[in-house]
Design a protein around this ligand. Sequence first.
Ligand code: SF4
Length: 291
Amino acid sequence: MSFQSLKEIVETAAEQKKSFFRIVLENDMSERMVSEEESFLTMRNMYETMRKADESYDGKMKSASGLVGSDGWKMEEALQAGKTISGGFVGEVMIRALKMGESNACMKRIVAAPTAGSCGVMPAVFLTYQKCFSVSDEKMTEAMFTAAGIGTVIAERAFIAGATGGCQAEIGSASAMAAGGLAYLMGGKEQEIIHACAIALKSLLGLVCDPVAGLVEVPCVKRNVIGAVNAVTSADMAMAGIVSRIPPDEVIDAMRTIGMALPSSLKETGEGGLAATPTGAEIKKKLISNF
Ligand code: SF4
């Protein structure tokens, strides 16, 4: 049975004297009735697919609507030319988040983590960390399990789809998952993991889902960047000993309450927010007339 709270995972880990990721891994083994090797391999393959998606990015591709494409490449050029201010690690995180978001919009193979719209957040953080700190694939897979445990709890207590909870449920959840996984990679224990998650999620509470013309392109691609960078800063805060004053499970509950209070125009219908701006409406009109 899936975990209903982060507290439950943390308490189980303490009782069994195991790490957060191992509790999630063992839960997957019993849920899917697979061996440890099979469970681990499935997750490792998912990480490998993220890596391949990142490596196969094509800077010349454009989405069918023409709204997105080439931004990952532009960001890379800027970083290489020393024109960015946010530093090498964050710069690379930004590049990968843009690339993956664009690849999704261009119908390339990606890993929904937790959704296709938010697919750039986790790989941006994890692949960059591995590249910069030379971590083994095994450790990266453990971070993936850590993130998956967080995602499972969010899905159980709230939601992970923009259509039900707004973008806080997609980019917010992805950011929380990446933050927890990153805290683990940085040497964090259970408390750092769940507080990194809480800090990341609370920072994106209220984010609405307002895709222009109903396409997962604008603002989705760039929101992957903010989700990924937010995960990095949240993990840094948690590793510095900063905690969320609101307990992590209560932050997830707040996300649910906010999501339920959002009007349907701000939940993936493409009727509100940026989609309803004069430019958003104009883009939609043009795209419809082209079909
Ligand atoms: S705006 Fe909506 S469709 Fe786009 S990433 Fe956010 S939740 Fe997904």
